[in-house]
Design a protein around this ligand. Structure first.
Ligand SMILES: Nc1ncnc2c1ncn2[C@@H]1O[C@H](COP(=O)(O)OP(=O)(O)OP(=O)(O)O)[C@@H](O)[C@H]1O
Length: 247
């Protein structure tokens, strides 16, 4: 479980995060949603320690990240897997080398063990036998799968996904969402997904945090969306004609 408390962040005097608190639970996908520019990615970066918040606390289990001793921080970092926007694979490395990368830099596992682990993850994401392909030789959806395999290869306890569906068609997006959800449940990972994809919201929105202009305006389960009674959230969710009709 990850808990955040009163996270604040400003850039050049502009308050981007205005005191965000909340809990991201283990074993289910936690979604951070909101319109463009509302602070989702900055919040994600504050949580993983890529940006230092001006105020507030981030707890991984019972350990507060910024106050933790160096060794504890290193251990938490080792347990984090990230799926970046656009996949962020190394173009010149094969699928196998890409997935093995975290094991190369974070562990001293022998090569045969690393290969076993890579093959296990490749199988788990439905890409058995694609080891020697280059990213340019596989589709965008397959690249995301490789990104997911890389994010979990080191038995991560925490998985962060920034817009995992960007650039994918709706059907492939749903498959990627389902894979993230299955892996989260199966390995009891604490998963945080930043998205503005309505399909993701309705498909895997087990625990949703809605941000609007740097504030948390609503949180809840996908089944409660219809009863939110929060204007900014309703404007966001029911922006399209199709969604208004469904309502
Ligand atoms: N390093 C930075 N320096 C200055 N301003 C920044 C920095 N990072 C983010 N911002 C600003 O913070 C605001 C929130 O950005 P953020 O990337 O978190 O939005 P977002 O909700 O993730 O949007 P999108 O859905 O478009 O990715 C924006 O106005 C952005 O310009």
């Amino acid at each position: 479980m990850i808990r955040i408390e009163n996270i604040k962040k400003s850039f050049n005097g502009k308050e981007v995060l205005k005191g965000i608190s909340g809990t991201f639970e283990k074993g289910k996908p936690n979604l951070i949603i909101g319109a463009s520019g509302t602070g989702k990615s900055v919040l994600l970066k504050c949580i993983v320690g890529l940006i230092q918040p001006d105020d507030g606390f981030v707890y991984y289990g019972t350990t507060e990240f910024s106050l933790a001793p160096r060794n504890d921080k290193t251990e938490i970092r080792r347990q984090i897997g990230m799926l970046f926007q656009g996949g962020a694979l190394f173009d010149s490395k094969t699928v196998e080398q890409n997935i093995m990368f975290p094991l190369d830099i974070l562990t001293d596992m022998p090569l045969d063990e690393k290969l076993d682990r890579v093959n296990f993850c490749l199988e788990r994401v439905g890409l058995t036998g694609q080891n020697k392909k280059l990213p340019s030789e596989i589709s965008g959806g397959m690249q995301k799968r490789v990104g997911i395999a890389r994010a979990i290869v080191n038995s991560s306890k925490y998985l962060f996904c920034d817009e995992p569906n960007s650039g994918l068609d709706p059907l492939t997006s749903i498959k990627i969402d389902e894979l993230i959800m299955e892996i989260t449940e199966e390995y009891k990972i604490t998963t945080v997904v930043v998205t503005h994809d309505m399909n993701s919201l309705l498909g895997i929105g087990e625990n949703i945090m809605f941000l609007h202009e740097g504030e948390k305006k609503w949180e809840g389960h996908k089944d409660d969306i219809i009863h939110s009674n929060v204007k900014e959230f309703e404007d966001f969710v029911f922006a399209s004609k199709v969604m208004r009709k469904l309502k």
